[in-house]
Design a protein around this ligand. Structure first.
Ligand code: 48F
Length: 261
């Protein structure tokens, strides 16, 4: 067989368009492919829902690759170790209640298991805006990250979704767009993005879970974005809260979808 470059090009274009076209109307759209977004997307697809995930960067994984200060090991606490086990990620007891795992094994496994479970992941795409109807987010506005980075004047495309998860980490990007552009209060105590506070692992890990909830009709926050939305502490390189938050966001949305809401 002689390889034909044009067939290679057509294969990529047609397969990509099939995948993208199929992902423009979904049950849940996850923004951000860090640990919280990946775990949320995985559990939702496992519950039978259609899920797309949009990630601005070339690589999926957010802040997990670099562990703490580029020492590529992560720490998880007892309560969340079961999620590593479920994904088949090896971990090692460090001392009572503290486990470590290789950061590269962790995030690459989260990514691979999530794609294999059926989540369609689009890297190099940024969510730049939301579509709101009757005070509920019903869609996302997408553009290539390269367009954004180059500051090109190119209009975006749009997708429709029943729920959005803002898993954009410290940036809290979707929620900030809503705050800026939508004439309605957020479901935070102040009605606005409250902003993250300094580093306090113990408090932050607990509050991440408490703050994993709906922040605007149709939009849930997970991971660091939950704490940044609700004015809580950051936690540093302990990742259990991110995993538990992803799991909780998935459970809350699955419950709503089951009720047909
Ligand atoms: O930052 P990130 O890993 O968020 P996370 O899942 O985990 C936080 C931890 O990594 C760490 C921490 C706790 O241990 O404090 O920081 O909450 O992943 C967020 C991802 O969202 C992408 C961004 O590139 C990153 O990979 N992202 C941010 N804004 C957008 C976006 C956007 N507008 N569109 C698409 N992707």
């Amino acid at each position: 067989m002689v390889l034909d470059e044009v067939i290679i090009s057509r294969a990529i274009i047609e397969r990509f368009l099939r995948k993208f076209n199929d992902s423009l109307e979904v049950d849940v759209a996850v923004v951000g492919g860090g640990p919280a977004g990946l775990v949320a997307a995985y559990y939702l697809v496992k519950s039978g829902y259609k899920v797309s995930l949009f990630e601005r960067k070339l690589s999926i994984g957010g802040g997990m690759w670099g562990g703490g200060m580029m020492f590529n090991e992560i720490v998880v606490q007892e309560e969340s170790k079961r999620i590593l086990d479920e994904f088949g990620i090896r971990s090692e007891l460090y001392r009572d209640g503290y486990y470590t795992a290789d950061a590269v094994e962790s995030i690459s496994t989260f990514c691979s298991k999530t794609v294999q479970a059926g989540v369609k992941i689009f890297n190099l795409m940024s969510v730049e805006d939301v579509v709101v109807r009757e005070e509920r987010v019903v869609g996302l506005v997408l553009n290539w990250t390269a367009v954004e980075t180059a500051g090109l004047h190119v209009d975006p495309l749009t997708m429709r979704t029943k729920y959005v998860i803002d898993a954009t980490g410290h940036a809290t990007e979707v929620v900030k767009v809503i705050e800026r552009k939508v004439d309605a209060a957020l479901l935070t105590p102040t009605g606005r993005v409250m902003g993250e506070r300094s580093l306090w692992a113990e408090k932050a890990e607990r509050s991440t879970l408490e703050n994993t909830k709906e922040v605007f009709p149709g939009v849930f926050v997970a991971g660091m974005s939950a704490n940044a939305s609700f004015g809580a502490y950051r936690m540093g390189p302990i990742f259990g809260g991110m995993l538990l938050s992803g799991e909780k966001a998935a459970a809350l949305i699955a419950e709503r979808l089951k009720q047909g809401r």
